[in-house]
Ligand binder design. Sequence first.
Ligand code: PLP
Length: 456
Amino acid sequence: SLVTNEVNVVQLRELDKKHVFHPVTSLKQHQENGPTLIIKEGKGIHVTDVNGKQYIDGLSSLWNVNVGHGREELAEVAKEQMTQLAYSSSFQGMSHEPAIRLAEKIASLTPGDLNVSFFTSGGSESNDSAFKIARHYWKLKGKPERNKIVAMKRGYHGITIGATSATGIEQFQNMATAQAPGFVHATTRFNTNCELGDRTDPDFAGSFRGVIEKEGPETVAAVILEPVQGAGGLFIPQDGYLQALRKLCDEYGILMITDEVITGFGRTGKMFGVDNWDVVPDLMSVAKGITSGYSQLGAVIIRESLRDELAELSGDGMFFHGFTYSGHPVACSVALKNLEIIEREDLVANAKNMETVLKKGFAYLEEKHPIFTKSRALGLMAAFELYKDRNNEIPFNPSLAVAPRFVQECTKRGLIIRPVIFEGSNTIVMAPPLTITEEQVEQMIAIFDESLTEIA
Ligand code: PLP
């Protein structure tokens, strides 16, 4: 295995600077300072860097390591599967047991008749696949003009051209110099009245309903949204919102896609985000928590009735879409075992229980620190914001870099979390592994407490 000593760490930093092109990283800062952290190992909710310093992995790495690090049974199942059958294709009807068993397992967990899985290697691929399935469907129905995808401002759907085009975060959109045609955004966030048809609401024009009615419902293939917005700043819809959107889609015959890449597999204290509101979408994108990051896998889960209709409409025509790694046997075996762990250890219930502990901690921080505000949590998906004057909603001057400084203080104290800087507000997001204990949540709160004192 790789040996790390002090000499190696210096060397690793230099090699990283020279040879690694990091995603979502300031290239200039990387060239000046090298990598921010070099992580070497993980166990449970912790990761350890090459200098031996241990951290709580407060964002489950990238919202994905739901069962925590260092699970030997996941490594074992990967080894067994690699030895037996490392790879086989799913194209042209070929199959293998891991994909079959996983698809069946997913069907048993999803609501309604979301019983059919199209496998991908991650979230972006899942969303692009969902868009193509939706457009393909309308084309087969003889309505090729029904091709628009309506997404939400501040939604994050990934980085392929289709997924970026649906993403509603300026910084990512500005990178996508080849913004795909046919993507429109609702700009009003989670206003139930608008979606139910209240045209007098000042937000109406920017709502899904407002946008759809303006574009012409007969030109819209699908809407997509995250049941809880993640990367865009962590926003939880009020009760009734998703139901209202489901009604809107039914009214106009528009397909509803939910992006459960973060919210899937227990993150929000229910198996899926939509389960918080008993809504069944037509297509659901998943990735991340499906393997807890132990292998690369995603899926678009579609309603059986929709698949049946697609099959009927297609005749003998092929579905010309698929990835080499669609249904990768190792990834599928790891996913199956990961889902077994989530169920066996009742991690969905733990996420719900830990929400209560987090909220208690937030209440304490709100009381003690005048800059702490707008805390929110659903299961183990949580955030708070830092304001100069919370009563008058006056944010800190961005040049003070309050959120990044706060995050640095947390890192120093052994907690990795992430800032989201959005329209002047300084939002801190967290999503620790679903295995976290009450005591460990309290440790996080204690680190927030000290770090808030430090930056105030
Ligand atoms: N959708 C959501 C809601 C996400 O949070 C992400 C990644 O963070 C994606 C899609 C993209 O997934 P991936 O990075 O696996 O392509």
